[in-house]
Ligand binder design. Sequence first.
Ligand code: AHR
Length: 505
Amino acid sequence: MPHTARFTVDPEVSVGEVDPRLYGSFVEHMGRCVYTGIYEPGHPAADAAGFRTDVAELVRELGTGLVRYPGGNFVSGYHWEDGVGPASERPRRLDLAWRSIETNQVGTNEFLTWARELGLDPMMAVNLGTRGIDAARALVEYCNQPGGTAWSDLRVKHGYTAPHDVKLWCLGNEMDGPWQTGHKTATEYGRLAAETGKAMRQVDPSIELVACGSSNAEMPTFGTWEREILEQTYDEIDYLSLHAYYEEFDGDRASFLASGAHMDQYIRDVVATADHVRAARRAKKHIRLSFDEWNVWYAARFVGERNLETAETPRLIEDTYSVTDAVVVGSLIITLLRNADRVAIACLAQLVNVIAPIRSEPGGPSWRQTIFHPFAQAARFATGTVLRTDVTGSLIDTQRHGEVSALDTVVTYEEESGALTVLAVHRGQDEPLRLRAALRGPLAGYRVVEHLVLADQDPDAVNTEAQPDRVTPRAGGGAEVTADGALEAELAPVSWNVIRLAPAE
Ligand code: AHR
């Protein structure tokens, strides 16, 4: 008999609403994310503006609704003015973040037009590394002011009559990181972020602002950085950022599969810090979180890969993802959803080629990586209200995260349609796991619509250009509602599962 993990699902006991911005993504001017990723004039599938329609089709299928741009570390040396106006007159610049040549053929207007055509809300970052208040407030004016001022009239002159109406803005990127061009102390960044945010809001009071939290939870200043930034910016900002990338260390797969436990603790720590500052200020507003970079990234493999040749489109961090990576990504999505009461925004980093769910070859095809699937399925089905799930039962001991539940799960419920979605990851590697969920209240009489599974005999299997669909989800996972009104399913080792239920007809 397999071990069993149990929980109860009751629509009366909820965590919060799923903000569609939790299914965000990220396009940075880095490697081949923009050039030969989303944009490749001359490609057989390029549209009149030079954007690849095959890649755009996959972006649509991925279901992301928000896209962060233009960086990332790139933004900390970026002159946005280089990327507007006639393309033939734009300068070629040395990008210090990735030691690449930036041709500026894609800039603010091209990117925002592409994003809007795909129905994506943009989340723009301003340069608080080498620049500051003036460049930031000019960019907001260029983007959002209808006309009648120097910057907005320049946009109109560039051919973009209607304002871009960008609502969400990041005040720099990873400013606590010594690698960042224009790296700052918390005191320096906090003051600059507060004053920049104030000026940007003076241009457009309707915008929302994200201040930089730590670059990751292992930074030596983690915790104190958040506290000081919030003390300085509390009245100006709406969100504080978190970034985290996970990888398998020294063959310790059990810990890697439990990465969600780390993400969960990280979120709790930042929430606690934000609420401490709130209490000390007697503030009413709750700061919400923007987890605006997260993914699996084999950073250890990247160390020898720094781009020292200053190429235009270097192949940087083009990780190829396995079944195990997809299961971890699924578990990270579950973690973000379980914290939907405080995490409003999250961006899978990045969108194409650079640690991405979508890969493309110059002049060639594009395809879905394994991690594409859990993201696309969650974005499509896990909407509405997150219900509370307190799992008991089978535990796994891990070196890095201690004891974790073998079952990682979250449940969403759409009151109007009655649709209930259970996302579930089995972190165990050897035996199947039995999931048993008691269905309460209006869920009595529910039936299983489908049980989709992503798992494989080979947990290291990947999708490649030659075999783009080697790993795809399959239907027929076998979940059922038992006579005593419980959802039961047997979950394969290292598996991602989507179980959809609906009221009986
Ligand atoms: O996503 C790749 C890089 O990771 C980003 O540029 C930076 O913000 C982070 O360190």
